[in-house]
Design a protein around this ligand. Structure first.
Ligand SMILES: Nc1ncnc2c1ncn2[C@@H]1O[C@H](COP(=O)(O)OP(=O)(O)OP(=O)(O)O)[C@@H](O)[C@H]1O
Length: 366
């Protein structure tokens, strides 16, 4: 079997190689949190690839690790997979430290890197067999496990096919099979959906949910929040090495999307209505900040207010972001009508997940 030196090193590191390191499938140390990052830091010179990140993932949950290019996802995942060491802090897999017990971590963890190694001259079965042996599986156990993995990943029909002839989707399935071959408790999947067509993405989602239902804990990264939203129990949004938000997608959406965008169609004097709304929102904002309105100039008001209070007029349409629930919204409209404005239409838009993601991150790169 020909391998690149990097792959060989990764294989050795990721598997713990020797048969004596093989721990029986799915052994759990019994901690409720199967993955934990504790004040993790990783610096490359001046680049803070990972800066003080802490979060944990409960056993059997799927955690989505989401961030733009260069956010620090791969760096954190490589540390979890014991392919790199933290500058400070620690991370735990099934209760074991990546710093102090890397071999115990490797036996409990399957890692799917974001790029597939160059194993051109082997077929799928040989590829999985190589990893099964590296994890210390022998005899009937190995044969059974290979069959299970080929069946689960839907690659039985491809087992004799050389890897160089596989489509991207099939390669991803095989790579997932490689991560599963020793039946680990934890799976770390670095952008497994990248480059897949829509059907393959759906199938991958289904496989990941099935794995979680079988008790596996999964950490999966992506650039795209919507891609992970459906399959994840919770997510973490990372940018420039820092964790900006964590929780269930609904929680993050609720926290961040309280600002709904309102569009009012005001017949006549739309600019006057906009001024009134601007003042009203400034007053609300000052009340919640505890500062008296009269001490602020209108220019300062505009600049110091959060973007939620920017009011835009477009002909009869007055558009602004509004913090409040539907009752507050109804009260605002009633109040404007009370001020003599003719409100012909009201439209409210809740922020989409993509909007929330853009609101949380700033698109910064380092
Ligand atoms: N070995 C390294 N040496 C120097 N800098 C590195 C190294 N590995 C990563 N970095 C830097 O650390 C930062 C985080 O990179 P990382 O690959 O973890 O991000 P990512 O979120 O996985 O990005 P992508 O989605 O593009 O894969 C980047 O600025 C990157 O250039």
């Amino acid at each position: 079997m020909s391998t690149t030196s990097q792959e060989s090193q990764s294989t050795a590191q990721a598997t713990g190689t020797s048969a004596s390191n093989h721990i029986s499938a799915g052994v759990h140390a019994g901690t409720a949190d199967c993955i934990e990052l504790r004040r993790l830091h990783r610096y490359f010179g001046k680049t803070h690839a990972v800066h003080d990140i802490s979060f944990s993932v409960r056993r059997g949950h799927v955690f989505g690790y989401i961030g733009p290019n260069g956010a620090g996802k791969t760096t954190s995942m490589r540390i979890l997979a014991t392919l790199d060491l933290p500058s400070f802090g620690d991370a735990f897999v099934d209760g074991f430290s990546v710093v102090n017990d890397p071999e115990l971590v490797r036996s409990r963890l399957g890692f799917m890197p974001d790029s597939f190694g160059t194993y051109r001259d082997v077929n799928c079965e040989e590829y999985l067999d190589f990893f099964a042996r590296a994890y210390g599986l022998t005899g009937r156990d190995r044969t059974r496990r290979l069959r299970e993995v080929l069946e689960f990943t839907g690659t039985v029909g491809m087992k004799d096919k050389p890897i160089r002839g596989l489509s991207k989707g099939m390669k991803q399935r095989l790579c997932l099979g490689r991560a599963l071959v020793h039946d680990p408790a934890v799976l770390i999947l670095d952008e497994p959906a990248a480059g897949l067509d829509p059907r393959a993405r759906i199938q991958l989602r289904q496989m990941i949910r099935q794995l979680a239902n079988r008790g596996k804990t999964v950490l999966i990264s992506s650039h795209i929040l919507t891609e992970l939203a459906e399959m994840c129990d919770s997510v973490g949004i990372i940018e420039q090495g820092q964790l900006l938000a964590t929780g269930s997608v609904e929680d993050i959406q609720r926290q961040r999307a309280q600002h709904r965008e309102l569009t009012l169609r005001v017949l006549e004097r739309a600019n006057d209505a906009a001024d009134l709304i601007r003042n009203h929102l400034a007053e609300q904002s000052s009340k919640s900040n505890g500062a008296p309105v009269e001490n602020q100039s209108s220019e300062t008001d505009e600049q110091s207010l959060p973007p939620a209070s920017q009011v835009v007029v477009d002909g009869e349409l007055v558009r602004f972001e509004f913090e409040g629930d539907v009752r507050d919204q109804a009260n605002l409209v009633a109040w404007l009508i009370g001020q003599g404005f003719l409100i012909a239409e009201v439209a409210a838009h809740k922020k989409s997940l993509e909007d929330v993601f853009l609101q949380v991150t700033e698109g910064l790169v380092q």
